[in-house]
Design a protein around this ligand. Structure first.
Ligand SMILES: Cc1cc2nc3c(=O)[nH]c(=O)nc-3n(C[C@H](O)[C@H](O)[C@H](O)COP(=O)(O)OP(=O)(O)OC[C@H]3O[C@@H](n4cnc5c(N)ncnc54)[C@H](O)[C@@H]3O)c2cc1C
Length: 417
């Protein structure tokens, strides 16, 4: 907890006390904490309307946070995966939908940025990548452009088990994209959609995955379907349809074959959705403490903290939150190219734990606080609904994390029965 806060302040910081942080990390966490309360005020409206948090994005842009993961040499704030995750979890405490969509944007710069620097490329590929990524980064840093990351198609592709059915055919000066993406967060709000697709060849292969930035106003791109889900309603994750959409060569966000390499060598790239949900778990805990202390704004100042059952419930929540946070922070230390097997398995375990515990903490919060706490006038029922979405996010859903841990713990590469 921040030393400047009074001892009774129930605020639970994502990093806790005594964790070694760089000056830049402290500054960025302070910035996120500064913006957060206004995001929390607006969260109810975005949730009710299932509308995109444009005002929050205007504030993120003004604060320079759209360039959070753009390397410093391209004018950004140069956050690595750890720094990004700490900032993201902080935003998640205040507005889940903003944090989740910010993940899609930030990773569109993190992956072609510091992650790509760790990957093998030929000198020609490296030169090509430098030329293309400068275009993306300038759009973000100078023009305040927002990127989405629509990968899901409703097939085995987003789970990493089959080639994407959306294809890109090479044409003069660029690519022609055809296909469909479901659950495209930031639909209609993004300036660019970073689409994963497969190079159109007689035999589609995951090795030929391409990562292309499709402009939001490109002819042939349409947004379809309604959006009225249980939770994370402010993400506006509608369907994108691509019909002969032309993407110029400079729209290539990673050279041919490099996304496939990233997915196998930099597994922590898929952990970046989990900080949002850790933030939601913290918000549920903080709400419970405030509620039981009779300190929730707009509620009568009735205290409930004197009942032993409430104290035990809060103790259970605290323990679960500490377990979750400890694994999260350890996972961030592990994040690197070619991590050893135990770090890879721990990343799955962390993702699983955060996603499952976020929902469990919200469930405990409602049970403990009681009926009035789940009224729509309070944030807890939204946190509960939002928290349900985490375990469904591909490619590392809770089920697939179990699947991967079980298989990779029992089989070494190349082993079969
Ligand atoms: C709020 C929200 C925002 C989202 N935003 C985005 C976004 O911006 N970009 C994006 O690309 N996607 C996004 N998604 C989609 C998400 O990542 C998943 O792709 C989607 O939830 C999968 O739904 P489905 O019904 O198609 O799942 P299915 O593919 O039918 O899978 C159902 C479950 O089966 C399991 N499963 C799936 N494939 C396999 C397999 N091969 N082997 C074993 N088990 C498997 C998984 O546990 C999965 O949860 C979002 C989803 C939500 C809820």
């Amino acid at each position: 907890m921040d030393a400047s806060l009074p001892q009774t302040d129930p605020r639970y910081s994502i990093v806790g006390s005594n964790l070694a942080l760089t000056g830049k990390q402290r500054e960025l966490l302070g910035l996120a904490e500064e913006l957060g309360p206004r995001f929390a005020e607006r969260a109810e409206r975005y949730d009710r309307e299932a509308s995109f948090p444009f005002e929050n994005y205007a504030e993120l842009r003004a604060a320079g946070l759209l360039g959070l993961c753009v390397p410093e040499k391209f004018g950004g704030l140069g956050a690595d995966l750890k720094t990004y995750s700490l900032v993201s979890a902080t935003l998640g405490k205040y507005c889940g939908a903003t944090a989740l969509t910010f993940n899609m944007h930030a990773c569109s710069t993190l992956w072609p940025g510091v992650l790509a620097d760790d990957l093998d490329m030929t000198p020609a590929q490296r030169a090509e990548h430098e030329g293309h990524r400068v275009v993306h980064f300038e759009r973000v840093v100078r023009q305040g452009a927002v990127y989405a990351q629509p990968f899901s198609e409703g097939s085995a592709a987003a789970a990493g088990k089959a080639p994407f059915g959306t294809t890109a055919a090479k044409v003069d000066g660029g690519w022609l994209v055809n296909g469909k993406k479901i659950f495209a967060s930031l639909a209609g709000a993004a300036n660019y959609y970073g689409v994963l697709c497969t190079e159109d060849k007689p035999q589609l292969s995951m090795r030929d995955t391409l990562y292309l930035a499709v402009p939001g106003d490109a002819p042939g791109l349409t947004i379809t379907g309604d959006w009225d889900p249980l939770g994370m309603r402010g993400t506006v994750s509608r369907t994108l349809v691509f019909k002969d959409v032309f993407v110029p060569d400079e729209g290539t966000m990673m050279p041919r074959g490099v996304y496939f390499q990233a997915a196998s060598r930099w597994p922590h790239m898929f952990t970046t959705l989990s900080p949002t949900y850790l933030g939601i778990a913290i918000a549920a805990y903080e709400f419970t403490v405030r509620y039981l202390r009779g300190e929730v704004p707009g509620m009568p100042p009735v205290k409930r903290r004197m009942y032993p059952t409430k104290q035990i419930a809060v103790a259970e929540m605290w323990i679960r939150l500490e377990q979750t946070r400890a694994l999260f922070l350890r996972m961030l230390e592990d994040a690197r190219v070619d991590p050893p097997k135990d770090a890879r398995l721990r990343a799955y375990a962390a993702q699983y734990t955060i996603m499952e515990n976020a929902n469990e903490l919200c469930r405990l919060a409602i049970r403990t606080c009681g009926g009035q706490s789940m009224l729509k006038s309070l944030p807890l029922e939204r946190l509960y609904r939002d928290s349900r979405c985490g375990a469904l996010m591909l490619p590392w859903t809770a089920e697939l994390c179990l699947d991967r841990i079980g298989r990779e713990a029992l089989y070494e590469p190349g082993e079969e029965d």
